[in-house]
Design a binder for this molecule. Sequence first.
Ligand code: COA
Length: 168
Amino acid sequence: MMTRTERLVLRPMTEDDLPPLRAILSDPVAMAAYEGAFDHDESAAWLARNLRRYDEDGFGLWAVDLPGTGMIGQCGITRQFVGDEPVLEVGYLFQRAHWHRGYAVEAASAARDWGFRELGAPTIWAKVRDTNIASMNVAIRLGMTVRRRFVVHYRGVDMPHLGFAVDR
Ligand SMILES: CC(C)(COP(=O)(O)OP(=O)(O)OC[C@H]1O[C@@H](n2cnc3c(N)ncnc32)[C@H](O)[C@@H]1OP(=O)(O)O)[C@@H](O)C(=O)NCCC(=O)NCCS
């Protein structure tokens, strides 16, 4: 999978992407909705899980490159659960230095459209922790509305979430 948008390139991650991935996952501010920064091992496990998704599902979170700068974020489609329901979700996490420029919506719009087109998905979801206003605004800009409330158990914490979704 390789997709270009007006300003960005979405491509599969490789083992070499661990350093720029760490720049996102080790930032406590970027990782607030995930209950704090990941250490090196947690980041390596995140990358390994994502590479496994490419093998098992044929898709996953992709690296987002800003030409001339390098990898500034990750965005793509993954299999997730909203409550008990299996769904296709668009995920987006960007380095803090590259927030507030519209990159997340630009990349996530391309991933959403890829899911509709290539996977024939009737609906694409975004699971958003109820404290994550920036992410809610991305979901709204993707044309999504709130469909569900549910709780995610992650890193020993009960996290209330909203299930945003848009239909094809
Ligand atoms: C979620 C996240 C990706 C959103 O980042 P973001 O910078 O707010 O989103 P965008 O890149 O789409 O930028 C949108 C902002 O850029 C502004 N903008 C500036 N130039 C723009 C342009 N050319 N085009 C579009 N928007 C532009 C928009 O007005 C908007 O401003 P606002 O933040 O004041 O509302 C970011 O907060 C993040 O990485 N968080 C940590 C990880 C995370 O929680 N991910 C979500 C898990 S559910």
